[in-house]
Design a protein around this ligand. Structure first.
Ligand code: SF4
Length: 436
């Protein structure tokens, strides 16, 4: 047997320069749903920005704990918050949760997450049905056969009665087993059967689309139907949503289910969602992180916002550009200041959002030394170049591309925060906006 030796080349090729275009994600056109509580309407799909949503992990029956967590998630930036409604106690608690939120001035719509018994809970607890702004229905968990069809229809009937949109949310882990079995049988009769995974992907999509068609037949407006098909693998999620997007124009809820914890969950979610969002797929996102012990639930909201902001799709908080540090930053001052400024601006956004419109697009640079510090600081709205090892203990500050001052001494962090605050007031304050 002869083998062909692998060929390698040492030649280089270059092409002449041409102007480049920085990519911009163009959201695909979908129908627009209205998720409302009172006068507060969150549009999803169509020309609406990609929405951030999250889910509580409190016992919904504990109305106080749940209302507090919804408030935290909303203040962190979640535009919709989902709560599980799994039994009579939690259904009874929903109107109280809503009432407490209203009293705190939190108008964020609540989405009810139903499995197995949603048809009964919505029928038995009209105050719950009314207090929720959207219902999530999992076609894999509404029951099997005719009974399942009837229970699905009952949930749609409730959505129509209370004028609520629905999300038909299919999940890899709770796929309609009857549908999967019939598709497997049909597959075995194909001349060239599909791979099992291909059949499962098709079953997920078919389940969502067939349920949406049924909901429409029962009277739902297509604009009031959102779809999701969640899986836990990055490549599978991309494949599923790319296919789904070519087959319907319902607004799509995007998320990697059971993403996992910490770095793994964050990176996997960001990877999958970024690919799809860059292709214009996705009208609302949730990052399903497992919180690390002691970690705030709001971390999933922070990650979701960072994904959208990194892609240039939305701006939520001023961004901090910081270098990674290296052998030129042998003290921890640089890391501490970067964290301090980032935390400070995130906390301040709760008030800044209303007081200083536009501040969310501000760019702040915190750099470790003179090598890239002044250059990167000049590209930001406001930047500081800290002294690296062996450099004079002074930190030049750049405002709108010009060197504005030099900070010295032990309190550089506090001084810089004061400079940032003053810049925000001058540039984004009411008088500035009126003058403009
Ligand atoms: S800016 Fe300075 S400290 Fe930061 S990574 Fe570059 S060389 Fe290192």
């Amino acid at each position: 047997m002869t083998t062909t030796p692998a060929t390698t080349t040492t030649e280089t090729t270059t092409t002449t320069a041409a102007p480049v275009t920085i990519s911009q994600a163009q959201k695909r056109q979908t129908l627009q749903a209205r998720v409302a509580w009172g006068d507060h309407v969150v549009t999803v799909g169509g020309d609406a920005p990609v929405r951030v949503q999250s889910m509580t992990n409190t016992d919904t029956a504990d109305a106080v704990a749940t209302a507090i967590q919804v408030k935290e998630l909303a203040q962190a930036g979640s535009e919709l918050v989902r709560i599980t409604v799994n039994n009579d106690e939690s259904a009874k608690a929903v109107p109280y949760i809503r009432e407490q939120l209203d009293r705190m001035g939190i108008m964020t719509p609540l989405v009810g997450d139903f499995h197995y018994n949603g048809h009964r809970l919505l029928a038995d607890h009209p105050d719950c049905a009314q207090a929720l702004s959207k219902y999530r229905i999992n076609p894999g968990n509404v029951g099997r056969g005719e009974k399942g069809d009837k229970q699905f229809a009952q949930m749609i009937e409730m959505a129509l009665r209370w004028d609520k949109p629905v999300r038909i949310g299919v999940n890899w882990g709770s796929l309609d087993q009857d549908l999967l079995a019939s598709m497997m049988d049909a597959n075995s009769l194909r001349a060239t059967p599909w791979d099992v995974k291909q059949v499962m992907v098709e079953a997920l999509i078919s389940s969502a689309l067939a349920s949406a068609e049924t909901a429409q037949r029962l009277g739902m407006s297509p604009a009031q139907i959102l779809l999701s098909c969640k899986v836990s693998g990055v490549q599978e999620l991309i494949t599923v949503y790319q296919s789904l997007a070519t087959r319907c124009n319902y607004a799509l809820h995007l998320g990697l289910t059971e993403a996992g914890m910490g770095t793994k969950g964050t990176v996997a979610s960001a990877t999958a969602l970024a690919v799809l969002l860059q292709q214009g797929i996705g009208d609302t996102i949730r990052v399903s992180l497992t919180p690390e012990p002691g970690e705030a639930r709001t971390q999933e909201v922070v990650v979701a916002m960072e994904i959208l902001q990194s892609l240039g799709l939305r701006a939520f908080v001023p961004s901090v550009t910081a270098c990674p540090g290296c052998g030129r930053t042998t003290s921890s001052v640089f890391q501490e200041l970067t964290k301090e400024i980032d935390d400070y601006m995130r906390d301040a956004m709760v008030d800044w959002r209303d007081q200083y419109p536009g501040v969310e697009s501000m760019k702040v640079a915190v750099m470790g030394c003179i090598v890239n510090g002044p250059g990167e600081s000049k590209h930001a709205d406001i930047g500081i170049s800290l002294p690296g090892t062996g450099e004079a203990p002074s930190a030049p500050v750049y405002i709108d591309g010009e060197k504005a001052m030099t900070l010295r001494g032990d309190g550089i962090g506090a001084q810089f925060k004061a400079v940032v605050e003053s810049y925000v007031q001058k540039r984004y304050g009411a008088s500035q906006n009126t003058a403009a």
